[in-house]
Design a protein around this ligand. Structure first.
Ligand code: NAG
Ligand code: NAG
Ligand code: NAG
Ligand code: NAG
Ligand code: NAG
Length: 197
């Protein structure tokens, strides 16, 4: 009995280590922190909380992916001089990946910042004390998506009008896919766990 029990306990420990590693990949701490901080900031301005928007989240991830190899400088991210924002020729493709197009995103705001190590307090001031502050304190924005890669974190704000909703007319398909992503992640963890046992 003792011989059987040891490897069982061992695999349980191993799988819980594996599980916790994967959980980190499934959800980013910096993004959740920033979400809370931005809403706290809006509370101090008596503005409504921003609700999470799955498509905006997806698009923020795609944008962060585009930025990730660029170094932080005094002219990138929150330090960008208005009018010199980088343009991506594959922008429509990136929108498309998230089931979006220009019609339902044009009133939104895309705000990339670059902070080495994504130090949470510095990230917040990059949003609240820059050209972006005018968006964060704007009551027209009602939703938010956040994505990060390396030193870059991108916030996408959405409105409750059709032009900035980040929700396609036929929103069911897109919702299904993002829900499926979450389910897939859970199943992946479960299967990984059983495989070890
Ligand atoms: C927010 O509302 C409270 C109570 O209505 C008021 O005392 C405070 O001055 C307001 N703050 C701002 C920034 O408008
Ligand atoms: C950015 O930094 C460079 C030196 O690294 C400096 O010459 C330039 O004036 C700075 N630009 C701004 C907008 O601060
Ligand atoms: C953003 O953070 C960087 C540090 O990574 C800092 O150098 C820069 O001044 C900040 N910009 C703003 C507008 O707060
Ligand atoms: C919002 O931010 C902009 C730019 O920083 C500022 O000019 C404006 O007064 C702010 N409005 C409120 C209500 O805080
Ligand atoms: C954007 O997608 C909607 C359906 O969600 C469609 O009706 C519209 O024609 C599309 N617009 C563009 C510019 O592709």
């Amino acid at each position: 009995m003792a011989l059987v029990r040891f490897p069982l306990i061992f695999t349980l420990i191993l799988s819980s280590i594996l599980l916790s590693n994967h959980s980190v990949k499934c959800d980013h701490g910096e993004e959740d922190d920033l979400y809370q901080e931005i809403n706290n900031y809006r509370k101090t301005l008596n503005l409504t909380s921003l609700t999470k928007n799955e498509n905006a989240n997806c698009f923020a991830d795609e944008m962060a992916d585009q930025f990730k190899n660029q170094p932080c400088t005094n002219t990138t991210g929150a330090n960008t001089v208005p009018g010199t924002e980088p343009r991506f020729s594959n922008y429509p493709d990136l929108l498309n990946k998230c089931h979006l197009n220009i019609s339902n995103t044009r009133d939104g705001a895309v705000m990339p910042v670059c902070v080495p190590g994504l130090v949470s307090s510095v990230v917040l001031t990059n949003f609240t004390q820059s050209l972006y502050s005018g968006n964060l304190n704007d009551s027209k924005f009602t939703g938010i998506g956040i994505g990060s890669e390396d030193n870059w974190i991108v916030v996408v704000l959405t409105t409750n009008t059709p032009e900035g909703s980040f929700v396609p007319d036929t929103s069911n398909g897109a919702n299904l896919i993002s829900k499926f992503g979450l389910i897939y992640c859970s199943i992946f963890l479960l299967v990984g766990n059983f495989f070890l046992l």
